[in-house]
Design a protein around this ligand. Structure first.
Ligand code: SAM
Length: 422
């Protein structure tokens, strides 16, 4: 069944919600600094999820699928039987269907993109039309008929937070979760590991040199043939190419052999209590003991894990973990690589993260020491890190467009630019 959306502004309960948010009072207690109104997902972002094609990569990811399947089915008695469940960003509807299989009395499956036309089809095919209510629209703009016992969602993006879908989850929790209700997943961490990849960095520098030689050749040709003086644009072209390699995150499956030290947790949040401001706008001061003048670090490999140990009034029977560690079986997320220029030779480092001013779905990361600072963007426009050529197997290539890593979350990154992958 597809229910009509009720815009929040038009709904009677909005006034009560506003009063609550003005005094910073949530169902979980007083908060001195209430979160501002959530930023709704943009049309462009939702369009990335609108086709079945955009969901195939996620459905193929057995690490992801089995973690959610186990988390729901192994905790059926504790959290799902006879419970009201909200599935935020239901997509094809698989989590809602598993919640219904686990005995939920009612499941609200909310989906904001065009994929929602298929959600009801799959729900019907599993015989759950009487249990699952499909609601098409943005989470932030819908009214549910009741509060829920459990919120389930697969909201994680690159570096955990790219997409900023977590904002919709925090919103849904504060608005619709009963006190003592359970969050699936229940906690999330971001971890960074040092990277030893001198060949990969050297190859990027060679590419840059080759690119500028090609520019100079072009410039000479245009001068000789057409009298054009192109060299005033040389610095800008060089910067463009430098940023291309060193100021945007690389995304893909990072081989364990280039990880050169223990991972360090830079963010560790409880989904039951974390405020939106805990996810974005933070700085973590960390130590990477592996970094020294004799063993410089060429980059950071960032990844995340989430746990399903539901933290409501009733503990989970079985804690399940989904990790995207480079040392664990691959997932469609892969890992995020930030190349350091110059390499880091001392262990202290500050890692800062904020949402991009240009698009709240994208991230800006800053790495800094007392003497140096470097910024990176994590967006759908990532460079594809190809694990097979990342170290010790460098074929000359230049920047060519190809499949970025394993293809992105929600179809993003289909246009990766993998070195040597033409
Ligand atoms: C990562 S996919 C997960 C789909 C499905 N739950 C699964 O596990 O296969 C996230 C889904 O959330 C939807 N979505 C993102 N933000 C949303 C919002 N604020 N309201 C409703 N749907 C949203 C997207 O369109 C997308 O289909």
């Amino acid at each position: 069944m597809v229910a009509a959306a009720c815009l929040r502004r038009a709904c009677a309960s909005q006034r009560a919600a506003l009063v609550v948010s003005m005094v910073g009072l949530t169902s979980r207690g007083l908060r001195a600094d209430p979160d501002p109104e959530p930023k709704r997902p943009t049309d462009q972002y939702l369009a990335e999820y609108s086709q079945l094609y955009d969901h195939v990569g996620m459905l193929q990811d057995d690490e992801r699928m089995s973690a959610y399947y186990d988390a729901i089915h192994l905790n059926a008695a504790a959290h799902f039987e006879n419970k009201v469940v909200l599935d935020v960003g239901s997509g094809t509807g698989i989590l809602a269907i598993w919640a219904a299989q686990a005995g939920a009395s009612r499941v609200y499956a909310v989906e904001g993109s065009g994929i929602g036309v298929h959600t009801s089809t799959l729900v019907e095919a599993h015989g759950f039309s009487d249990v699952i209510t499909v609601l098409r629209g943005r989470m932030e703009e819908l009214e549910l008929p009741e509060q829920v016992d459990v919120i389930i969602s697969e909201w994680m993006g690159y570096f955990l937070l790219r997409e900023a879908f977590v904002g919709s989850i925090v919103y849904a929790r504060d608005r619709w979760l009963k006190p003592g209700g359970a969050m699936y997943p229940s906690s999330a961490r971001v971890i960074v590991s040092p990277l030893h990849a001198p060949d990969f960095v050297a190859a990027r520098r060679r590419e840059l040199d080759d690119t500028m030689v090609a520019w100079d050749d072009l410039s000479a040709h245009l001068a000789a043939s057409y009298g054009l003086r192109m060299q005033s644009l040389r610095p800008a072209y060089k910067k463009e190419n430098q940023d291309y390699a060193f100021a945007q995150a690389w995304q893909g499956q990072v081989p364990a052999r280039v990880i050169s030290g223990e991972g360090v947790t830079v963010l560790d949040l409880d989904m039951q209590t974390a405020a939106l401001s805990d996810f974005f706008g933070w700085t973590a001061n960390i130590r990477l003991p592996a970094a020294s003048p004799s063993s410089p670090i060429h980059g950071l490999c960032g990844w995340f894990d989430v746990r399903f140990c539901a933290n409501g009034d009733v503990a989970a029977d079985h804690c399940v973990e989904l990790t995207t560690s480079p040392l664990a079986p691959q997932t469609h997320w892969g890992q995020t690589v930030l190349l350091l220029q110059p390499p880091l030779m001392q262990p202290s480092l500050a890692v800062g993260l904020e949402q991009s001013a240009a698009s709240h779905h994208d991230l800006n990361l800053t790495l800094s020491t007392a003497a140096w600072s470097q910024s990176f963007s994590i967006s759908a426009d990532y460079r594809g890190w190809d694990g097979d050529e990342s170290e010790g197997d460098e074929s000359e290539g230049g920047k060519g467009s190809g499949e970025g890593g394993e293809g992105g979350e929600g179809g993003e990154g289909g246009e990766g630019y993998g070195y040597g992958d033409e």
